[in-house]
Design a protein around this ligand. Structure first.
Ligand SMILES: C[S@@+](CC[C@H](N)C(=O)[O-])C[C@H]1O[C@@H](n2cnc3c(N)ncnc32)[C@H](O)[C@@H]1O
Length: 253
């Protein structure tokens, strides 16, 4: 069997944020391989007869290693015609989609990438925080808080110099390091920050704080996942735009 793999972005959680193409791919798949960030509401859209593989960490079970997931896709392409690899957000934004794509290419497995709404974009809309705004922010930088093999991040001054909005993925556990690195690079202690847990879902929780108080506020969200950090003057707009955004969240499936 010469299978075709679709690396599909499932968006940040709200099933209404799936693209038409993502939904069609899910409905036509012979097998779906998904990870922990894909919401239950989206998993419910997979037809009952479709084979499925949960490769994420749930209920204390260990997740499959990235290499094993990529190899699983190659194996499934030998057994099924349409394979969907469903990922939270967008596959090419901190989603390790590139690693899976490279192994598919190396094994001559045809594939496509179906983009999804990444957490930064979804959370911005759902919290009333425009990521760019005339007079406040001319740029937005997506940064991972995760550093490979316990290494150190050295790019703080570049991030601060850019002067725009910073969005940290996977940053909650590294709040101390983020605060220190940004302050040392010259970011103001009163830099506004929004911490967004489970953005775009009915469980969404938002805490607005400052760089100086980042750790204390991060602590109040410990145990909640996933969490995104939006940093910059644009966070202030939430005071005017947040209520409407959150009222609309109540209609999320
Ligand atoms: C491994 S990265 C995956 C990112 C994903 N590929 C994307 O494009 O959104 C996981 C991180 O994304 C962020 N994230 C994903 N979905 C989120 C959501 N609904 N609310 C808040 N943060 C989210 C969190 O920072 C989380 O630690």
């Amino acid at each position: 069997m010469n299978g075709f793999v679709s690396l599909v972005g499932a968006g940040p959680g709200d099933p209404d944020l799936l693209t038409v193409k993502a939904l069609r791919s899910i409905q036509q798949a012979d097998v779906v391989v998904y990870d922990r960030l894909v919401s239950d509401e989206i998993l419910a859209l997979i037809p009952a007869a479709t084979a499925r593989y949960d490769v994420g960490k749930r209920c204390g079970q260990p997740s499959l290693k990235q290499e094993a997931i990529s190899e699983l896709l190659v194996t499934l392409a030998g057994k099924y015609k349409r394979i969907v690899r469903l990922k939270g957000g967008d596959p090419y934004v901190f989603g390790r989609g590139g690693e899976e794509a490279l192994l598919l290419v190396a094994n001559n497995v045809p594939f496509e990438v179906v983009p999804g709404i990444t957490a930064a974009i979804g959370c911005a809309a759902a919290t009333g925080i425009p990521l760019t705004h005339r007079g406040l922010s001319r740029s937005v930088t997506l940064v991972t808080g995760h550093v490979q093999d316990g290494g150190e991040f050295h790019g703080w001054s570049g991030l601060v110099k850019a002067g725009g909005t910073l969005v940290f993925y996977m940053g909650l556990e590294r709040a101390t390091e983020l605060r220190r690195g940004l302050l040392q690079a010259g970011a103001p202690a009163n830099l506004p920050i929004a911490l967004v847990a489970a953005g775009t879902t009915r469980q969404q929780r938002v805490e607005v704080t400052t760089l100086a108080c980042l750790e204390q506020t991060a602590h109040t969200l410990s145990g909640l996942t996933p969490v995104l950090m939006i940093m910059g003057e644009v966070v202030q707009l939430r005071a005017e735009l947040g209520d409407m955004a959150e009222t609309l969240l109540q209609s999320v499936a």
